[in-house]
Design a protein around this ligand. Structure first.
Ligand code: ZN
Length: 161
């Protein structure tokens, strides 16, 4: 944090900053950021170098190579991202089909249960029909008929013996 040259108090926020690029005699390029600050106490304005970064000169064909490498890397990264997306989609599809398989299994079980119940119902219906048309006349409308029927059945039984 820069310090005010007049009153020595710390000033945190610059009024303005801008970059400066200066070549050194060694061939190195130094990029700096210079800021103008205003002291919050005494209102003095002063410049201050915020950041310094050494840059290196590089031949343009090497720079192109670097750019190519970066392009290739980003292509690889894109391919990998697509691959990951694809795998995630495949995983989702697999999970969905797994759920569907489970549901289908359930549906199969239900079908079996339903057909079993139908079978039971058919048997019951057969039994009901049998009982309705049975000689002892459970389904008879008049209790008199029932008694008479059972009597006559009883009677015929006696007759047969
Ligand atoms: Zn000051």
């Amino acid at each position: 944090m820069p310090t005010c040259p007049s009153c020595r108090s710390k000033v945190s926020e610059p009024l303005k900053t801008w970059p400066i690029v200066e070549p050194k005699k060694s061939g190195e390029i130094v990029e700096s950021t210079v800021g103008i600050y205003r002291c919050t106490k005494c209102k003095a304005k002063f410049p201050f170098v915020v950041g310094k970064q050494g840059l290196r000169l590089i031949e343009s064909n090497k720079l192109e190579e670097l750019h190519d490498t970066i392009k290739k890397m980003s292509k690889v990264k894109q391919d990998l991202t697509e691959k990951v997306d694809q795998l995630e989609q495949e995983k989702m599809v697999a999970e969905e089909s797994l759920v569907l398989t489970r549901l289908e299994g359930k549906a199969e079980n239900l079908k079996v249960e339903v057909s079993l119940l139908r079978e039971v119902k058919r048997e019951l219906e057969g039994m009901i029909k049998y009982l309705e048309h049975a000689p002892f006349q459970f389904g008879a409308k008049s209790p008199y008929n029932q008694i008479e029927g059972s009597n006559s059945a009883h009677h015929s039984y006696d007759m047969n013996t």
